[in-house]
Design a protein around this ligand. Structure first.
Ligand code: URA
Length: 482
């Protein structure tokens, strides 16, 4: 009898080392005990002592993908199951995985499905809390059913690339410092704060969208199983909301019927409750569903810069790189913007940079995501975020980069190329200037690019010359909306 030890039990590489030794020594599945009780295996030899008699055979890629998921399941028989499959694949049954009715293949598929479901739940139900006393750092506690932390961590690294975060589970922790993902030993629930300001926002939000007339406890529990409620701040209020639902519906029914109202357009501002600081606003922004752009995008990209910045720059929308890293103007247009700012004598780190549209809109061409301009409805759906951002920042000046930003700040039909570099005032008296977008400069034919760039730098220099030039009244040709 042989003894195989997989440590840690959920790591594919650890299992693969053992399986390779067993295969090279031509040891059949029936004579291997996987991760068994060592005392019960007296006399069994460790696989490291097995004599290799052949080269390790090639393993189909499909099997490795399956094994990656199956190994994460808690089933104690999964190691043996995987070795059985591998043995059969390499001993005369190369197309075994196509036989759905085979008992081993079926069992592996069940385990794989359970792991994928668990990974999906983790993506949906992890809730971050702010780390007290640290800027832009978040931590979450989560108890998955299976060993899915390693599978899911790259998803969070991509989705929340712009923040520092840690997810602690009882067996594993994932830490993202903004650049690197590190996986380490498990943690303790008490390492994670129990409450924070963002949590209160979540709960208020959830209570405000909870519709008692639509309550369907069975469907709700299927979608959000009760065992996950402990991870969800909003679920803490569910028992109360459900208890009061019948009463609230009765009150709705008893209320005198009102005449049908004209359909009013959806509110521009998608958060249900006003928020009074930028962090809370940006937290709410993550869940904006006011237009369809959120769905294909990786994440909403909030503005960035000092909270007391005197100047706010408004761009169009995040591009491919910004969408992935979660920060505005970090891609090619951002690099050109930085260069132009420096040449104009402005310090980017002293200004606040944001976008009129917060999600990346693109069209897929092969593997490439090609930028698409947001349409009027998508721009309008996003305007509330910009308005709220500006209301909280109270800048002394706003600079629009490109037509979309100029439309958001100065109204449709703003003649950008005619009015660029000139100051206007919004209705609330904030000086606004529009100039071309850095990506417009990049799109110019090579022989015109230098002149386009010089024009942008010249416009940016006007920011410093502002006081001498500013009109004392709003420019009449411009529709003011601030
Ligand atoms: N273009 C924009 O308008 N904004 C960004 O953040 C990046 C590119």
């Amino acid at each position: 009898m042989w003894r195989a030890t997989v440590e840690p039990a959920w790591e594919l590489a650890a299992w693969r080392d053992q399986a390779r030794m067993a295969l090279r020594a031509e040891i059949a599945p029936e004579v291997i005990e996987w991760n068994g009780d060592v005392d019960g295996l007296l006399g069994a030899r460790a696989l490291v002592d097995a004599e290799p008699v052949r080269e390790a055979p090639a393993v189909p890629g499909g099997f490795l993908r399956l094994a990656q998921a199956v190994i994460a399941h808690r089933d104690p028989h999964r190691h043996a199951l995987l070795y059985r499959l591998l043995w059969r694949l390499t001993h005369g049954e190369p197309s075994l995985l196509e036989h759905d009715a085979d008992i081993d293949v079926r069992r592996a598929a069940q385990l794989e499905k359970a792991v994928h479901r668990d990974a999906h739940k983790m993506k949906a139900f992890v809730r971050f809390r702010e780390v007290p006393g640290e800027d832009n750092a978040f931590i979450a506690w989560y108890e998955p059913d299976h060993h899915v932390a390693d599978l899911v961590a790259p998803f969070f690294a991509k989705r929340f690339a712009g923040m520092r975060w840690a997810i602690l589970t009882p067996y594993r922790r994932a830490i993202w410092d903004g650049e690197h993902l590190e996986l380490g030993p498990g943690g303790d629930r008490n390492e994670v704060p129990h409450d924070d300001a963002g949590e209160a926002l979540w709960r208020r939000y959830y209570a405000s969208i909870f519709n008692p007339a639509r309550l369907n406890p069975r469907a709700m529990k299927a979608e959000m199983p009760v065992r996950f409620w402990k991870h969800l701040p909003e679920a803490r209020d569910l028992p109360l909301l459900m208890r009061d639902a019948t009463q609230r519906v009765d009150a709705m029914v008893a209320r005198a019927p009102e005449p049908a109202r004209r359909r009013v357009p959806a509110p521009m501002f998608a958060t249900p409750t006003p928020v009074d600081d930028l962090d809370a606003l940006n937290l709410a922004l993550r869940d904006c569903r006011a237009c369809p752009l959120w769905q294909p995008a990786t994440q909403a990209v909030p503005g960035e810069g000092p909270r007391d910045a005197r100047i706010v720059f408004v761009g169009e929308q995040p591009g491919d790189e910004e969408d992935l890293c979660g920060r505005p103007f970090t891609g090619p247009a951002g690099r050109l913007f930085d260069r132009a700012m420096a040449e104009a004598g402005l310090d980017r780190s002293a200004v606040y940079v944001t976008n009129a549209v917060k999600h990346f809109k693109f069209e897929l061409r092969g593997k490439r995501r090609i930028h698409q301009r947001a349409n009027a409805a998508e721009q309008a759906a996003c305007r509330g975020w910009l308005e709220r951002e500006l209301a909280l920042l109270q800048p002394e000046r706003v600079v629009c980069l490109g037509a979309t930003a100029a439309t958001a700040m100065l109204g449709r039909g703003f003649p950008l190329m005619r009015e660029r570099g000139r100051w206007h005032r919004t209705a609330s008296d904030v000086p606004v200037m529009a100039t071309v977008h850095p990506s417009w400069v990049l799109r110019q034919p090579p022989h015109e690019q230098e002149a386009a760039y010089r024009g942008l730098v010249d416009d940016l220099r006007r920011i410093i010359e502002l006081d001498a030039e500013l009109p004392t009244h709003a420019t009449p040709s411009v529709a003011n909306r601030h």
